[in-house]
Design a protein around this ligand. Structure first.
Ligand code: MG
Length: 390
């Protein structure tokens, strides 16, 4: 097997797939990898990163200590990768690139899920704000320290393009070529587009599962949602004697399945119609080529609305959310007022960025430190910082 044929056979890729021959390359040029494609190398670097391992102890919806069976950011990311790879393979686009984007998409998430992100964004208001998506890019571009010759992971343009799902125009302007699409309103690769929707399929479905397991939502209430009800009725009719737990699992797997099938078929039809010649034609198409049918999009929205009002805003989730927000806000306040409270490594980063960028730099480095924390590390740091008894 030669080096050239060892990796994914690019001859089976569709013409509009990301392909190393049309890649915009890495920020710091490197020799080609042996026995791997460039996108496999990206994926491998992501898996070896510290930020990836921390995902194990970061909240998806339920805080880590609330139960061992709930999704964490790590299991969520793996589920996204699995869903996204199936879609990529079905559409003959680049599965390696897709997998890397999926595994990296939440690397910038703060502890405590969206509550943590919102709190940190509020803390950073005067200093340029905090976007978890932009932070994922910052992790792979700047914060990981693993290689002798560059900061970050030096990923390909296509991986970085996929990681940066959204970005304000103001921040986009500072990102050079990568930010251009938010200014010109163009699209990212198909691999990026489909991973974004695989993320939605994964979290809608697993939040139903986790929500039911937690007892915060129940099957009767969920039956108000068409997408759930349809699959539930199929399962009940086919297996009327099935125990409740297995019934739910059977419904959840079908929830994922029907969304994936809809997405693949709708996207395949759009691609056949538009016939983009290559990845540049995808980027300049003027609208996303990956998407759900209208009816599936509607059903999806209905499920999302249900989860937002019934699960994410449930008082028990909200209590944890409020505690999380206080933890983040108070840690930020203490560290920005007195960086000498920080451990040596973090203090060194704060001093270095402050020297370059003044108070904005100080705040950014404090935000990097806090965003990098796992849930349990944040809780422990809070105790160590504010509890005089320890
Ligand atoms: Mg996600």
């Amino acid at each position: 097997m030669s080096r050239d044929t060892a990796h994914t056979s690019s001859s089976t890729l569709a013409c509009y797939a990301a392909n190393i021959t049309t890649s915009r390359g890495r920020r710091f040029p490197e020799p080609a990898p042996a026995y791997r494609s460039e996108y496999q190398r990206d994926r491998d670097r992501i898996i070896h990163s510290a930020a990836f391992r921390r995902l194990e102890y970061k909240t998806q919806v339920f805080v880590n200590h609330e139960g061992d069976l709930f999704r964490t950011r790590l299991t969520h990311s793996i589920e996204v990768a699995q869903v996204a790879r199936s879609i990529a393979r079905a559409l003959r686009v680049n599965e390696d690139l897709t997998e890397g984007i999926a595994l990296a998409h939440d690397l910038g998430h703060t502890p405590f899920g969206h509550a943590g992100q919102d709190a940190l964004n509020a803390c950073m208001k005067e200093f340029g704000g905090f976007e978890h998506n932009l932070q994922s890019l910052r992790v792979v571009d700047e914060l990981e320290e693993r290689y002798a010759e560059f900061r970050g992971l030096n990923l390909t343009f296509e991986s970085r393009e996929g990681i940066l799902k959204h970005c304000s125009r103001k921040n986009a302007a500072a990102l050079g070529e990568l930010g251009q699409r938010f200014i010109r309103n163009s699209e990212p690769s198909l691999e990026a587009q489909l991973t974004n929707l695989a993320d939605e399929i994964a979290y809608n479905s697993h939040d139903v599962d986790d929500g039911l397991r937690s007892g915060l939502i129940d099957v009767d209430a969920l039956c108000a949602v068409a997408l759930f009800r349809e699959q539930y009725e199929i399962v009940r009719n086919k297996y009327p004697q099935l125990a409740p737990r297995r019934t739910i699992h059977e419904v959840v797997r079908r929830l994922i399945g029907c969304q994936v099938i809809d997405l693949v078929e709708t996207s395949a039809a759009r691609l056949a119609d538009a016939a983009p010649a290559d990845i540049e034609a995808v980027r300049n198409h003027g609208a996303p080529l990956i998407g759900f049918s209208d009816s599936m999009r509607e059903k999806n929205l209905e499920l999302k609305r249900f989860l937002r009002t019934q699960l994410y805003r449930h008082y028990r989730v909200h209590r944890m959310t409020a505690k999380a927000a206080r933890t983040i806000t108070e840690l930020f306040g203490a560290f920005i007022d007195d960086p000498r409270l920080l451990p040596d490594d973090a203090y060194a980063q704060v001093s270095a960025l402050e020297q370059r960028e003044g108070m904005n730099g100080r705040a950014r480095a404090v935000a990097d430190y806090i965003a990098g924390m796992t849930d349990r590390y944040a809780i422990a740091e809070y105790e160590r910082t504010f509890n005089p008894g320890i």
